[in-house]
Design a protein around this ligand. Structure first.
Ligand code: ATP
Length: 196
C-alpha cells in the first residue's frame, strides 16, 4: 500500500486538505486523533501514563488532556517520555489499519511528521502551507486563543522553510477552490505513481 504523509503547521489547513482527498475516496489516518483515542482506550497506555504522570493523568475516567499538555509544554524530557509510550502503540494500530484498507493509496496525517522522521514510513510526503498572517487569523477564529498563545504553539514547530526542503509536494492553501484544484491534480499524479 502506498503511504502518503500529510503535514503542515497549525492553521495551515492539513485537515482541510486531507478531507479533499477523503472526498476522492482516499482513506485518511489522523495520527493525533488515533493517539488521543488510544490514550483513552488502551489499558497498557493508561497504566504507563499513570505511572509517568500520576493519578491526575485521568479525570472522571477520561484522559486529562489539558493538564497533560500543560505539563509537557515546557518539559522536553517529559514530552519525549509521553511519546515513547504513545507512539509505538499508534504505529502498531496504523499498520493494522493500513492492512485493512482497499484503495490505491492512503493518507497519514500528522501535525508532527518530519520532526519525528515519520517521512521514513511514507512513500511520499505533502506539506500544506499558508502565509503566517492567514494562519494566525484562522486559528484566532477557530480556537478563540490569544495571538501570543498561538505564536507560542507555532514556535514549537519547525519552520515551513525547513519542511519544504524535505517534502515531495507542497500545497499552498489560501483560496479553498484553488486548494481543491491542487488536490485533484496531485491525486492524479499520485495515481500515476501507484501504477509506475
Ligand atoms: P491544526 O493543526 O491546528 O489542527 P490544520 O492544519 O489541520 O490545523 P485546519 O483545521 O484544516 O488546519 O484549518 C484551520 C482552520 O482554518 C479551520 O477552521 C478551517 O476551517 C480553516 N481553513 C482552512 N483552510 C482554509 C481556507 N483555504 N480558507 C478559509 N478557511 C480555511
Amino acid at each position: 500500500m502506498m503511504i502518503i504523509g500529510i503535514t503542515g503547521g497549525i492553521g495551515s489547513g492539513k485537515t482541510t486538505v486531507a478531507n479533499f482527498f477523503k472526498d476522492l475516496g482516499i482513506p485518511i489516518y489522523i495520527a493525533d486523533v488515533e493517539a488521543k483515542q488510544l490514550m483513552n482506550t488502551s489499558p497498557l497506555v493508561r497504566e504507563e501514563l499513570t505511572a509517568l504522570f500520576g493519578e491526575e493523568a485521568f479525570k472522571n475516567n477520561e484522559l486529562n488532556r489539558k493538564w497533560i499538555a500543560s505539563k509537557v509544554f515546557n518539559d522536553k524530557d517529559l514530552l519525549e517520555k509521553l511519546n515513547q509510550i504513545v507512539h509505538p502503540q499508534v504505529e502498531k494500530h496504523f499498520k493494522t489499519w493500513t492492512n485493512h484498507q482497499e484503495a490505491p493509496y492512503i493518507i497519514y496525517e500528522a501535525a508532527i511528521l518530519f520532526e519525528n522522521n515519520a517521512q521514513d514510513k511514507c512513500d511520499y510526503t505533502i506539506l500544506v502551507t499558508a502565509p503566517k498572517n492567514i494562519k494566525l487569523k484562522r486559528l484566532q477564529k477557530r480556537d478563540d486563543s490569544s495571538l501570543q498563545e498561538i505564536e507560542d504553539r507555532m514556535d514549537k514547530q519547525w519552520k515551513d522553510s525547513r519542511k519544504i526542503e524535505l517534502a515531495d509536494f507542497v500545497i499552498t492553501n489560501i483560496d479553498l477552490a484553488d486548494t481543491k484544484a491542487q488536490v485533484y491534480q496531485l491525486h492524479n499524479k499520485l495515481l500515476s505513481l501507484v501504477k509506475a
